[in-house]
Design a protein around this ligand. Structure first.
Ligand SMILES: [Zn+2]
Length: 316
């Protein structure tokens, strides 16, 4: 080793540990897919081979709560639902109790991409959504950020398809450490035809989304570096539905209780044997990415379904 080289090494070693680790990016990847308004029993009734494979190759809950035990003051609608799903805290913290988004406090309780970037400034993130308020209000710190504003069931079907195509093109070329994909057609179909496993149009909407998820997963699995990327796939929803709506569902299990899938090599196999909540989605994503939780974040969610992470008692 020559003298210059030696000095360089000393300079490297004397960097504060936080600074040198902060330059790094995670060695894992996470794909979070949110499918709005998906009733768990309808998901089970529909023909969904791609989702079935994820469940078989991972951990699954069919008793995931969309409301906390500490706080249930928000309506069972998409604004608070996706806020909890993407920030990991309940509505008394993120401040969104309905679809007006008034009172939002994402400065203090941001999208989980922001927590990932705090831990790993070199992390790459991407977001694709067609319910515009998610992009407008919740998403932050997305290196790639696409929104496909949609209105009405048919338009959501069309926009979900465009998202799928664009996500496949994107993931064929790039591997963001965290990507969130939101598909809205199932919820819109439920509002139009009814949220119920016996409603054919609703089941078909779930089956269409399953095929779209299958295309996204095929793209990921076909990556030449896939074997080294340690992908975790997390899928859940913001609420179920009954009749043609899902508001005021605090006492309605078809609305307030749903499913959670945590799938991949890093996931446990089988039913998750502890209570699960939608706020567990970002906590699980962050844990998989190697992010140490800062108590100041006041996360309500906890990692679930991971083989390697100790699972603390539910605090919700
Ligand atoms: Zn919704």
């Amino acid at each position: 080793m020559n003298r210059h080289c030696h000095l360089f090494l000393i300079a490297l070693l004397s960097l504060p540990a936080t600074q040198s680790s902060a330059q790094q990016a995670p060695s894992s990847h996470v794909l979070v897919i949110g499918i709005d308004g998906t009733r768990c029993d309808a998901l089970m009734a529909a023909e969904t081979p791609h989702i079935d494979r994820l469940i078989a190759e991972g951990a699954f809950s069919e008793t995931t709560k969309i409301l906390g035990t500490r706080y249930q003051g928000n309506n069972t609608v998409s604004g608070p639902g996706w806020s909890s799903f993407l920030t990991g805290v309940w509505a008394d913290k993120h401040g969104v109790n309905d679809n007006s988004f008034e009172g939002r406090n994402y400065d203090h309780f941001p999208h989980f991409f922001a927590r990932l970037k705090e831990a790993f400034p070199g992390a790459q993130t991407a977001s694709f959504v067609d319910w515009e308020p998610i992009d407008q209000y919740i998403v932050s710190q997305a290196d790639t950020r696409k929104v496909y504003p949609a209105e009405g069931a048919e338009d959501y079907v069309a926009k979900d398809e465009v998202i799928t195509k664009d996500v496949c093109e994107f993931l064929a070329e790039s591997a963001p450490h965290a990507i969130n994909v939101y598909l809205g057609a199932i919820d819109e179909t439920g509002h139009h035809y009814g949220f119920h496993p016996s409603v054919e149009a609703y089941r078909k909407a779930i089956e269409t989304v399953d095929s779209q998820i299958g295309r996204i997963l095929s793209t990921v699995r076909a990556r030449t570096t896939y074997a080294n990327e340690n992908w975790l796939v997390i899928i859940s929803t913001d609420h179920g539905g009954r009749g043609v709506s899902h508001g005021d569902g605090h006492k309605v299990p078809e609305i307030n209780t749903t499913f959670l899938i945590v799938s991949g090599q890093a996931a446990k196999r089988g039913l998750i044997d502890q209570p699960t909540f939608v706020v567990d989605v970002p906590a699980t994503a962050l844990a998989h990415l190697g992010v140490a939780f800062d108590p100041k974040w006041e996360l309500d969610g906890k990692p679930v379904g991971l083989a390697t992470t100790a699972e603390p008692e539910a605090g919700q």
